[in-house]
Design a protein around this ligand. Structure first.
Ligand code: SF4
Length: 407
């Protein structure tokens, strides 16, 4: 894979050394066991894969180069570059202005832009409507478009599904930037609808099976279907794509469920199911698959708790939290400052969207075993900060330098 120029402040000498060693020993990425950092009284297991992915490094590289090469020009970002508060704050500190918030609410009107300005398109991509608006102003976006190729792959897959006359069902978070972009691209080619989870998919199936009045659909799925969507005609042939960062098992369950519904409705067999259900694989990206598989591998360790580091609005990070939560106490934090002391942690509950404070999060035992991973938009430096802070709570711990020498 291509390598990128990412500011050194986001790197971690310890984690770079570990990743380099693990990569050299496992080039085919078959080993999902975690890496043990044995501090003595504290044992940390780091997931095999975590941290900046291809799309994030590409976006950061382009964004910082754009800042460096365009002194004096106004540089805007359509919305958050990636879902990491530190990276977004650093870009703002370098003079980059955000045009929209993460939910698509306008902060600066497009009318304030001129053809001379630069607008960076984030890794999630953007909608065709916004692309047209920027072109209308005379802004050339191609050079500053950081859309991840794995997101474009989803758009291409939707195009193929559309060409074969299927309606596109997008499994994703309806308000997420990437899903809004994918919906816009899909809807340009075929009727499209977003389902956010299995519960919503089950409701959609009731319209397919004629179990709910057609008129209810338009209220129930408001804002999630394309213009002119006709429930009677547009649910006869469907194909599923998904936001690249969903939970693999959820996406699989939704596709399997919809396939079964079509088989039931049209009395199909495996041989002719394609008449009503497109034969496609999920569109999760490699980083989502690797990071989720690495968490599954890490969870084989008998541990006391897990810490997941990342931005609180990061979709891929929240799914890593979800996987850990099934097995053991899990704390979702965005940097080491959330480890207030050996007794107190401030963390995020992404189900209720609340920041919580928990006492006694580190059970009083030695050695204590902690699992750590991070999302695809989280700098390794933040994970190293968390490791150092935790180790600092155990005065008899080995030093980080001692550990680096092992790798
Ligand atoms: S998480 Fe996947 S799709 Fe998103 S930016 Fe990273 S590589 Fe691209």
């Amino acid at each position: 894979m291509k390598t990128f120029d990412v500011p050194i402040i986001y790197r971690s000498p310890l984690i770079s050394a570990i990743k380099k060693k693990r990569k050299s020993e496992d080039r085919m990425k078959k080993d999902f066991s975690p890496t043990l950092l044995d501090f003595g009284p504290l044992r940390i297991y780091l997931a095999r894969h975590f941290g900046f992915c291809y799309g994030v490094e590409n976006a950061i590289d382009i964004a910082f180069k754009t800042v460096e090469e365009n002194e004096g020009r106004k540089i805007y970002l359509l919305s958050e570059m990636i879902h990491n508060p530190q990276v977004n704050a650093d870009l703002k500190a370098h003079g980059v202005t955000f045009l929209q918030d993460t939910g698509g609410k306008q902060i600066i009107p497009f009318e304030a832009l001129t053809a001379d300005d630069i607008v960076l398109i984030p890794a999630f991509g953007t909608t065709l409507e916004i692309e047209r608006k920027l072109k209308g102003i005379g802004i050339q976006t191609e050079k500053y478009d950081t859309t991840c190729p794995f997101v474009e792959k989803v758009w291409n897959r939707s195009e193929v599904i559309a060409k074969n006359d299927y309606t596109i069902v997008i499994h994703g978070k309806p308000k997420h930037e990437e899903t809004r972009a994918t919906f816009s691209h899909a809807a340009a080619n075929a009727p499209s609808i977003v389902v956010k989870d299995m519960a919503q998919t089950v409701e959609l199936a009731k319209y397919i099976l004629g179990e709910k009045p057609v008129g209810d659909f338009y209220e129930e799925f408001r804002g999630q279907y394309s213009e002119g969507f006709d429930v009677n005609r547009h649910l006869e042939r469907i194909g599923v794509v998904n936001q690249t960062t969903m939970l693999a098992s959820d996406t699989q369950a939704i596709a399997d469920y919809l396939k079964e519904v079509m088989i039931r409705k049209y009395s199909l067999t495996e041989e002719n199911v394609r008449n009503h259900f497109a034969d496609t694989r999920d569109t999760l990206c490699y980083a989502t698959n690797d990071n989720q598989s690495a968490v599954t591998g890490m969870l084989d360790v008998n541990a006391d708790l897990a810490i997941v580091v990342g931005g609180y609005n990061s979709s891929n990070t929240s799914h890593l939290v979800e996987l850990c939560e099934e097995k053991l106490p899990t704390y979702f934090i965005n940097n080491e400052e959330r480890l207030v002391s050996k007794e107190t942690i401030q963390h995020y509950n992404f189900h209720t969207h609340q920041e919580l404070t928990t006492e006694g999060y580190l059970p009083p035992k030695e050695p204590l075993t902690v699992l750590i991973t991070s999302g695809a938009s989280c700098p390794d430096a933040l994970v190293e900060g968390v490791i150092k802070k935790l180790a600092g709570f155990y005065p008899a711990s080995k030093s980080i330098d001692d550990l680096i020498s092992q790798f």
